[in-house]
Design a protein around this ligand. Structure first.
Ligand code: F6P
Length: 319
């Protein structure tokens, strides 16, 4: 292998830079030229890249975001976007590409490998942690800790005022971030897309909590399940108590990665680079039972669903 590309795609996730550094330095240790594709799939379709020097990967391990930048580029799912990429690929002379991103980026990687014959290895990075084939994705731990910190702070004011707080966390289609936040904070309720919920029952449980002497009620809502503002106004109509809502939003995507995310990204980035350099490609490398795990890029939503259900059971058992 003479030339290896690196691309970060989809929503940024804390730890992406640590992964970029690990991939680049591993390749450089093998005397392979490394090119960074700028702005993800958009950059790939515009031939926007630059050769990376070792010093370009210095001082980035601990930084949030992605130094390669990223861009939502759904066009790559369709003919036109794919044609644009196909036109640019020969200019880049890639012998392989490491893609660091979420499920959309992994799907894009499949197209590159299968349709355009570019050897690809994907590294899972998304705060949603919704990528099958890995128990954890880069960025999830940081986002979870940010959400937990925010809920802990909100609980102080909720208790002081005896209020109900509806707190919306990110997770477009997946409730894992909300479920883990709820469990870590001992929330009274969680609302996630994987589990049916009924606001009348939620209100009954909140009321009985207050009757038992609770001083607040925290409801963690996944963005993909409902809008916090809708839940807030419905609860206000049903219960005669103070209700407030907070949308944590993109705060959860920024900031310095936790030590866990830095090390996960470093390990996965190094493994992905070693694999592609060694001639193995066409998969995502994640973590299962503490080992590197190669998986096809096919979806398997049942693993996510059973994890959310297990957390739901535990949360309500301990209330
Ligand atoms: O990257 C995942 C994610 O943060 C989801 O949790 C969220 O729904 C979405 O991205 C937001 O995307 P954007 O930043 O493009 O608005």
């Amino acid at each position: 292998m003479k030339r290896l590309g690196i691309l970060t795609g989809g929503g940024d996730a804390a730890g992406m830079n640590a992964a970029v550094r690990a991939v680049a330095r591993t390749a450089m240790n093998h005397d392979i030229e490394v090119i960074g594709i700028n702005r993800g799939w958009l950059g790939l379709s515009q031939g926007d890249f630059s050769v990376m020097a070792r010093r370009d990967t210095g001082g980035i391990l601990h930084k949030g975001g992605t130094v390669l930048r990223t861009f939502r580029y759904p066009e790559f799912e369709y003919e036109d976007g794919q044609r644009a990429v196909a036109e640019q690929l020969p200019k880049m002379n890639l012998d392989g590409l490491i893609i660091i991103g979420g499920d959309g980026s992994c799907r894009g990687g499949t197209v590159l490998q299968e349709k355009f014959g570019i050897p690809v290895v994907c590294v899972p990075a998304t705060i949603d942690n919704d990528i099958p084939g890995t128990e954890i994705s880069i960025g999830f731990d940081t986002a979870l800790n940010i959400a937990v910190d925010a809920v802990d702070k909100i609980r102080d004011t909720a208790s002081s005022h005896g209020r109900i707080f509806v707190i919306e966390v990110m997770g477009r289609r997946c409730g894992l971030l909300a479920a883990h936040t709820a469990l870590a904070c001992g929330a009274e309720e969680m609302i996630v897309p994987e589990i049916e919920w009924d606001l009348n029952q939620i209100c009954t449980r909140i009321k009985s909590g207050y009757d038992r002497g609770k001083e607040h009620s925290i409801i963690v809502v996944a963005e993909g399940a409902a809008k916090a503002s809708d839940i807030e106004s419905e609860i206000r109509n049903k219960l005669n108590r103070g209700v407030r809502m907070v949308v944590l939003g993109h705060v959860q995507r920024g900031g310095e990665p936790t030590a866990y995310d830095r090390n996960l990204a470093t390990k996965l980035g190094t493994a992905a680079a070693e694999m592609i350099i060694g001639g193995e490609h066409g998969f995502m490398v994640g973590i299962q039972a503490n080992e590197f795990h190669k998986s096809s890029l096919m979806k398997n939503e049942s693993a996510v669903r059973s994890e959310v259900l297990a957390i739901d059971k535990l949360l309500y058992e301990l209330i």
